[in-house]
Design a protein around this ligand. Sequence first.
Ligand SMILES: *Cc1c(COP(=O)(O)O)cnc(C)c1O
Length: 372
Amino acid sequence: MSRALNFNAGPASLPFAALARARDELIDFDGSGMSVMEHSHRGKVYEKVHHEATALVAELLELPKDYDVLFVQGGASMAFAQIPMNFLEAGKTADYIVTGAWGEKAVSEARAMSKAANGGEVHMAASTQQDKTYVRVPRQDELSLTPGAAYVHCTSNETIHGVEYALGPSTPFPKVQAPLICDMSSDILGRRVDMTQFDVVYGGAQKNIGPSGVTIVIAKKSMLDRGRKDLPAIFQYRTHAENKSLYNTPPTFGIYLVRNTLAWLKSEGGVAAIEARNVKKAAALYDTIDGSGGFYRCPVDKACRSIMNVVWRLPTPELEEAFVKEAEAQQMIGLKGHRSVGGIRASIYNAVEPAWVDALAAFMKDFAKRRG
Ligand SMILES: *Cc1c(COP(=O)(O)O)cnc(C)c1O
């Protein structure tokens, strides 16, 4: 069997080791005579997997003790609504910093939820949309923050536009007074980030963490305590924290695959090691783009270029189509840009192997030579 060179944006490539482990353990999990999917979510066999997955998230992200890790459902898209439902009380304002399409969706859902649930105001604290093209994050002096805001919401990596905050151990998010909530769907665990600057972080698992169907929520316990209590229990993040994500039946097989994926990440040296690899992968593509004499063009400001989703254009839509088609013939999958923006996008998450990226860069050089 030959593995496809999978550059899909999400669901995305999973580590081969995580899949092979699932194959080996599928029929008879841990000598129990059944698969992990068939176990009760209240039984010892599954519980061990569940707690290992939770503990791996906390360990790999170096979370302090006052954070909870939750596995819920509904995707990041449901969190767009559930975050304001829980944390935007009447009489308060939530500030949204929008740097791409996902941030736009978050604002729109917050507005709808605020109306439906008698919540507070939604305020656009900054948007770097310029004629529908997001190419950078706002500067600190561009933020219009509300004093006493319920929270500030941001998207650390905009998956569609390839725009990322340059976060690192010594590069914090711009200073804000209110609790900071971050959609980290597409860059969580891809680089070292000081998680303690965030009060809530959430994301769909299907980029860097595992398969779709699992949503991760990481939250400060004190923030969860402040959430609205007049909501149905299932919608309160508090409920899931109090029940260690076992309030109702969780997506057990998905969480099992998260366990496999994170165990692989740990065995590879954790976030610091994968970050070094990711930075090199991204540089191989950006260097090829910048060295193409203008044949390939990345619209994103250099300081905000994503190391997870690399986007670029070719001189014409016809050439872009030919590029994607020829790449597919060489087993390189998922390079078409998002339908809303066009162009090319290579998603190079943790599980995307450096050799695949090298092959893509070589193909880019060859294509430019032939068609440039
Ligand atoms: C993929 C993605 C989403 C949507 O996630 P779903 O799990 O499909 O709802 C939201 N935000 C970002 C940044 C994403 O990359």
